[in-house]
Design a protein around this ligand. Sequence first.
Ligand SMILES: Nc1nc2c(ncn2[C@@H]2O[C@H](COP(=O)(O)OP(=O)(O)OP(=O)(O)O)[C@@H](O)[C@H]2O)c(=O)[nH]1
Ligand SMILES: [Mg+2]
Length: 305
Amino acid sequence: MASTNQSPEYLSAQKKYFLAQTDGEKLIALEEMVRTAPKHKGGESMRANLKTRYKKLKESIEVKKAVRKKAGKKDGIKKEDMQAVLIGLTNSGKSSLLSILTNAHPLISNIVFTTKSPTIGTMNYQGASIQVIDVPAINFESFDSGISNSADLLIILITNPKEIEQILPYLKKSIAKKIIVLNKIDLLSQNDLRKLTSHLQSKKYDFVAISTKTLEGIEELKEKMFLSFDKIRVYTKEPSKKPSIEPIILDIGSNVKDVAEKIRKNLSLHIKRARVTGPSSKFPNQIVSLKHILRDKDVVEFKFD
Ligand SMILES: Nc1nc2c(ncn2[C@@H]2O[C@H](COP(=O)(O)OP(=O)(O)OP(=O)(O)O)[C@@H](O)[C@H]2O)c(=O)[nH]1
Ligand SMILES: [Mg+2]
């Protein structure tokens, strides 16, 4: 382009183009460049080139707009009490993990950027219902940072620790807890796995090593996910009967009264006596007051009047 004589108007448009911060500004500048480009015969190819660039940019802006519009619909995703979002580069195994953790059936493929829009699944874990969302790869154009900014938990899927540095810059606005998940460990030698694990340990990451193929590490991941939401599982029982299989899920810091109220409103008014066995009790079957603060995996025995 430098070989053609250019007008001051063209040069000023070109400057605007290089200084443009957004695609929109770039498009305006390009349009000005097309308009002010030399009209003489020697400028033909340059004009054609500028027109192509203009057309391509316009198309890409339109595509991005359409994608954003669609992604905006994710605001229609009803955010559940416990929500986890799967984050990672393409092919890290996000959709594979969603299909294992939940009832959802997302598209899984080794073709890059398979997932184009969010897919939601529900993970039932020991009585807790956790919403898990599979989203497009973090560096894909339809990735919507709104979703990672509002999530409670981000599961960062990687196949190599180097990917963490690529991913974290996209998550600067996120206040969510983060669990690093090293996937595809079935493809690693014992030695490589040991090396990667000790590297992640040395960085003090909260991490789990898994394989969606062999299911190694999946139970550990589920437990970590549950614990990250700051909830507790409390099992209830009646005198001389076995504890319930399904726990009651409560916020950390909940007490005996909260358990009864969660079962049924005003039920706490009918408690004659409560006993606790578990992490919060000094000894098994400790008689406690309604204000006794419970811990994860406590068993509470109620006697009602
Ligand atoms: N060997 C092995 N392959 C896996 C594992 N997890 C996923 N894969 C494969 O990796 C490829 C990509 O998996 P996806 O789950 O589609 O990856 P993704 O992160 O959703 O990719 P995008 O949607 O493109 O962002 C597929 O061919 C999977 O079968 C694993 O643990 N071990
Ligand atoms: Mg996917």
